[in-house]
Ligand binder design. Structure first.
Ligand code: GCB
Length: 662
């Protein structure tokens, strides 16, 4: 870039400022209690696509003012699910722009009395506009994150109601993640084409559950819980902070109080208390059972339940909300990362929310299968690459002691601009607001493979990292970086360095002797430059299940095995240096991508197939992850880890042979 170009860019960067982000409110996970009811709106909805060349037609023609079936032929569409792979029609799979959903529902008469009614979406990708009975109630931009609105005055009680959702999947340079829309000549006309650089299919639709729920007029709107341990982890502290919503709250705040109970797994109350005037307080738990990661302790993922009772000063019970809490500490410095005072070595995966037919739709069978596979393979962590995963999956990780690096939807971040910065910060704000109470969340990842070479990346990532730290100082900030350390301008703003690198695949494909040294040297370079803990966020090789080639050749199961083994060697050299804190395979399972000449039916770097069956490498990785668990955390080994081959190596048989030889 010439001097003039540089000055222009510099000037543009200067005008990017650190603006305030409107804080998220409410959004507690919908739970029933003595004072709350929850109803699901999941099921089959009606669905239509709009004309790609005329995406705003439905809004102009007010499609929301009556049943969609009056304007177009509707087809059934399951919620939650991506709409792309449900039909056999490629114009639906590849549709760019707006689609519409509607359905009818009843609201019980009993809900009309003295309470509030809320409508909550777990996530809609990418932008959502929602009407009830023809009136707009909420809009939200950004996939993978929840949003809600109070609909008390929009629903009809004891009568039929209609909900209409318009969903827009278009990604442009100021969305998170970014994409481009262009017009390309096609047979008989012009096509609207969506492109993006990230390597997963841009699935869209109502991806997670839709709920109606009630709260009292004055209600528990937000809960923030943190924890601490002392006396060699024998005493725990739970700190809670509540915000009350509702008309009465402002004038009456000082007269309200929260009474709190903490119950253990057997439902025995182990601590209780009453909040101070600011609706916050602390609970002390003697003989505490800390939250430990899987394989680091005999009882991993121990959760207590905190019960919050909102009372008026004259003792009237207004609202009750319960949530699970884990008691643990996280600490980090230049050389290590500790949980409950013990150094942690992370062994896990980058994953995707992705499966056949349902795309990115929430699916409890898949969640459960994935958790079973993670435990089978001995992983203790995963990164929510490359966007926030469902709230239900986070709850599952809490219960099972799986540590989560929680990533926002910023992937391949490029062409830095003010709108992008504002939205990137907002994505972190919404993510932290949603996930701050999960003990499983051990780190925030502010981006995947951002283009951190340009100097604008410096201020952009400084703003995002500092903003994240200001919102939550209890967890370190990371990002998965792929730009070489010599040109990267973001890593210096992070607490923990995570790098993605495909030795033996994108660099030097087929060369198994060009892996170990490269990995070791790169990790050392990152550490030397920043003096911070380092981990590898991605390594791997595309592998077609059932393709066997000896000697190992790329795309075969043998090659994936040997490539992993070369990486393991590097990691073991690095593990001797305390600052190397983890290894993450790319990817847990095969997943769908945009159509490309480098992808055969999608990305095949899974250790499991898309249908969640193991490739050969899964068995190798399982041996490593459990061996690490044994060495580092003294875990038990599963009985079927090493299959019987011969008794030739047992002491007894050796003894027999020696005797026979005499
Ligand atoms: C990466 C990306 C990931 C891709 C992967 C690959 O670096 O972070 O999203 O899927 O490489 O397989 O190319």
């Amino acid at each position: 870039m010439g001097v003039v170009g540089y000055l222009i860019h510099f000037a543009i960067a200067l005008v990017i400022v650190n603006k305030e982000v409107t804080p998220t409110r409410g959004m507690l996970y919908p739970r029933e209690s003595e004072t709350r009811e929850v109803r699901s709106l999941d099921g089959l909805w009606n669905f239509v696509t709009s004309d790609e060349a005329n995406p705003t037609q439905g809004v102009r023609d007010k499609w929301f003012s009556d049943d969609l079936s009056k304007v177009k032929d509707v087809i059934p569409m399951p919620v939650p699910a991506s709409y792309n792979d449900i039909t056999t029609d490629n114009t639906i799979r590849d549709h760019v722009g707006t689609v519409w959903y509607d359905r009818k529902f009843f609201v019980p008469k009993s809900w009309a009395k003295d309470q509030r009614v809320w409508l909550r979406f777990g996530s809609v990708h990418y932008e959502a506009f929602v009407w009830i009975n023809g009136e707009m109630v909420v809009k939200h931009e950004m996939g993978h994150l929840p949003f809600e609105a109070e609909v008390t005055n929009f629903v009809k009680y004891g009568e039929e109601n209609r909900i209409t959702v318009m969903c827009d999947n278009a990604l442009i340079q100021t969305t998170v993640p970014q994409g481009k829309i262009s017009e390309v000549k096609k047979d008989g006309g012009v096509a609207i084409v969506q492109t993006y650089t990230f390597d997963f299919f841009n699935y869209a639709g109502i991806h997670r559950s839709v709920h109606l729920y009630t709260t009292p007029k004055t209600f528990i709107e937000e809960v923030e819980v943190t924890s601490d341990l002392e006396d060699s982890n024998s005493v725990g502290h739970v700190y809670y902070k509540v915000k009350v919503g509702g008309t009465a709250s402002n004038e009456a705040d000082s007269n309200l109080q929260i009474r709190v109970k903490l119950r253990n797994k057997e439902s025995v109350t182990v601590a209780n208390g009453t909040s101070d005037g600011d609706l916050k307080g602390a609970l002390e738990v003697k003989n505490v059972k800390p939250w430990w990661p899987y394989l680091m302790h005999a009882e991993p993922g121990y959760l207590y339940q905190i019960e919050l009772f909102l009372h008026t000063a004259d003792n009237t019970l207004l609202d009750v909300y319960r949530l699970k809490v884990g008691i643990r500490t996280l600490t980090w410095n230049n050389t290590s990362f500790l949980i409950n005072g013990q150094p942690v070595y992370l062994r896990g995966f980058g994953k995707h929310e992705d499966s056949d037919i349902r795309g990115k739709g929430l699916d409890f069978a898949l969640l459960t299968r994935d958790m079973n596979l993670l435990k089978w393979i001995g992983a203790n962590a995963y990164r929510t690459s490359h966007y926030p995963y469902s709230e239900e999956s986070m709850q599952f990780a809490d219960e099972n002691g799986i540590m989560i690096i929680d990533e926002c939807p910023s992937v391949d971040t490029d062409n830095y601009n003010q709108a992008l910065l504002d939205k990137h910060k907002s994505s972190m704000e919404q993510l932290i607001h949603r996930d701050r109470n999960h003990p499983s969340v051990i780190m925030w990842s502010i981006a995947n493979e951002p283009r951190t070479g340009p100097f604008q990346a410096d201020s952009h990532f400084q703003f995002v990292a500092n903003f994240t730290r200001a919102l939550d100082g209890t967890r370190p900030v990371t990002a998965a970086i792929a730009v070489p350390s010599a040109s990267d301008k973001a890593a210096k703003h992070l607490d923990i360095i995570c790098f993605n690198r495909y030795n033996g695949w994108y660099s030097n494909p087929g060369k198994l002797d060009m892996i170990t040294t490269h990995v070791v040297e790169e990790a050392i370079t990152w550490n030397k430059k920043h003096n911070k803990p380092v981990m590898i966020g991605e390594y791997g090789a595309d592998t077609i299940e059932g393709l066997h080639l000896l000697p190992a050749y790329i795309w075969s199961e043998e090659y994936q095995n040997e490539l992993f083994s070369k990486h393991f060697k590097a990691f073991d050299i690095l593990r001797k240096k305390e600052w190397f804190i983890g290894e993450f395979v790319w990817n847990f399972a095969d997943f769908k991508t945009a159509q490309s000449i480098t992808r055969v039916g999608g990305n095949k770097k899974g250790v499991f197939t898309r249908n969640r069956q193991p490739k050969a490498t899964a068995h190798l990785l399982r041996k490593r992850y459990f061996a690490l668990g044994r060495e580092l955390d003294r875990c038990d080994l599963p009985e079927d880890l090493f299959l019987y081959i011969t008794d030739a190596t047992s002491t007894e048989s050796r003894g027999k042979r020696e005797t026979a030889d005499l």
